[in-house]
Design a protein around this ligand. Structure first.
Ligand code: ADP
Length: 489
């Protein structure tokens, strides 16, 4: 018989489990993906993308100027009018299924590259981001030849050429949320990834060619805000889909006013996470931890405001404090890592500046006692307690691993406080009472309300905001609407 007893007094050293990176090959320089081929940018300008966990240089990427955007839009227009638009919907579906299957086949490669370029833990890119990316493509492939059933009696038509601008927090997932419904509805696209995380979108461009997707259906142009603005301003674009900061979203809305271009905006958030005293506390702790520390808090729907019922405040905060110290912060390629690197030096500065406003206002806080790596961009998981509604840390999106905690006594008070924000993207409720969940969900002004869970995504479920969190929905049947002309246009 095997002896399973464990010798007492043994030191249990931590053993990292590092994901190898051999399956990823990164080119020295990347061109723009226009009309099915990588081409040099007209003005020849490039910029570097780095690994935020190590500050190592990864590659040079092209900066697209207005002339390049013009080429990309022309390619997308040709493909729309001559190939993709006239194609039988069931044929379009086949391409989307093929893309979904290739994404599954190459999932690990995409996950590792996502982690290298963006700093998120491999556990998340491997188990959440990339599987969801494939799932969104499968899901919208299914709709491609069923639009007449999705919207009966309407015969919806594609909008045309979509300009799509995405952020750096979920580079591939945001790409999937944009490209899959657009293509399923018969549109062609010009997509710009964020300047700090362009590499997986460029790998996706290669995958489009592998899938035999006709030239010009998907065009990927890299660059910073100026490239984004050139897409927004191009007269050949029929629709803009933007995910990013509220400030840029507002400027895009102003730029498009009166142009007739369609627009959807998915912007910032300051999600309320509400824990009642009857909630299963240990599960709620896990939910709250996942709500704010998932992807280093670089999540627009993060549960960044915690409302705890006053009667359990002390017990809950004690549990939270001990759980915070067990979070493993560090090398994103370590399969055990819970919290990875902050995406960029600029984002780290923004987090630090907002945390400073909280400290200057005298708000109590505790931080994880983790050791942060010397190189790269890092921020220790942080919890502010007894925050007041007027503090900037309660009002403004920090987009980092920082939680603002407040208390409430009654459900009415929870609703009033939770809705006291310019945003309206997400909320979460922890309670064992089903009726209370429904009562709360009815009153919370948030596009998504999670019950006894948080940060759960599914291709069949629409996602989007109210107020300064934007408008339009992505995911589900609703996610097709912005890419179709119909009575709702
Ligand atoms: P963040 O401040 O979190 O980086 P942004 O809203 O600036 O978020 O970025 C989201 C995306 O929008 C990125 O791809 C970025 O390059 C792009 N972007 C930034 N400024 C503009 C702009 N003025 N017009 C269009 N796109 C922009």
């Amino acid at each position: 018989m095997t002896d399973h007893t464990i010798e007492k007094g043994i030191e249990w050293e931590y053993a990292p489990s590092i994901q190898d990176t051999e399956m990823v090959s990164i080119a020295e320089t990347y061109g723009l993906f226009i009309n099915g081929a990588f081409v040099d940018p007209g003005e020849g300008e490039t910029f570097a993308t780095i690994n935020p966990a190590t500050e190592e240089h990864l590659a040079l990427v092209s900066a697209a100027g207005s002339a390049d955007i013009d080429l990309a839009v022309t390619a997308a227009r040709n493909a729309f009018e001559n190939v993709w638009g006239p194609m039988k919907p069931s044929e379009r579906a086949k391409y989307l299924y093929r893309i979904a299957r290739l994404l599954q086949e190459r999932a690990r490669e995409f996950a590792v590259l996502e982690t290298l370029d963006g700093g998120k833990p491999i556990k998340e890119s491997r188990d959440i981001d990339i599987p969801l990316v494939a799932a969104y493509f499968f899901y919208y492939a299914g709709w491609a030849d069923k639009l007449d059933y999705a919207f009966p009696g309407i015969e919806p038509k594609p909008v045309g050429v979509a300009g799509q601008i995405i952020p750096w927090n979920f580079p591939m997932l945001m790409l999937a949320w944009k490209i899959a419904p657009a293509l399923a509805a018969g549109n062609t696209v010009v997509l710009k990834p964020a300047e700090t995380t362009p590499l997986t979108a460029l790998l996706f461009a290669q995958l489009c060619n592998e899938a035999g997707l006709p030239d010009g259906v998907v065009n990927i142009v890299t660059g910073d805000g100026r490239t984004g603005a050139a897409i927004v301003d191009h007269p050949g674009i029929d629709k803009i889909a933007f995910t990013g900061s509220t400030g840029v979203g507002k400027s895009i809305r102003r730029a498009l006013a009166g142009t007739g271009k369609k627009l959807t905006l998915e912007l910032g958030g300051k999600g309320a996470h509400i824990v009642f005293d009857d909630a299963p506390l240990d599960q709620a702790i896990e939910g709250v931890i996942n709500g704010i520390f998932f992807n280093q808090g670089h999540v627009c729907c993060a549960g960044s405001r915690l409302f705890v019922q006053e009667s359990i405040r002390d017990e809950f905060l004690d549990k939270l404090r001990s759980r915070l110290d067990t979070l493993r912060v560090g090398n994103p390629l370590d399969k055990n890592t819970d919290v990875g690197a902050i995406n960029s030096a600029a984002q780290l500065q923004r987090i630090e500046a907002l945390v400073t406003t909280g400290r200057d206002a005298g708000v109590d806080m505790f931080q994880s006692s983790c050791e942060l790596p010397a190189k790269g961009f890092w921020y220790a998981p942080t919890v502010f307690t007894d925050v007041s509604q007027s503090h900037r840390i309660a009002q403004e999106e920090i987009f980092g691993p920082v939680l603002a905690t407040m208390t409430f006594r009654t459900p009415d008070e929870a609703i009033e406080k939770a809705n006291n924000t310019p945003y309206g993207l997400s909320a979460g409720v922890w309670t064992t009472k089903g009726s209370r969940i429904l009562w709360m969900a009815d009153r919370l002004r948030a596009g998504v309300v999670w019950a006894n869970t948080f940060n759960k995504f599914d291709p069949t479920s629409p996602f989007g905001g109210y107020k300064e969190s934007g408008f339009g929905r992505e995911g589900g049947r609703h996610g097709l609407l912005p890419y179709l002309e119909g009575p709702w246009s």
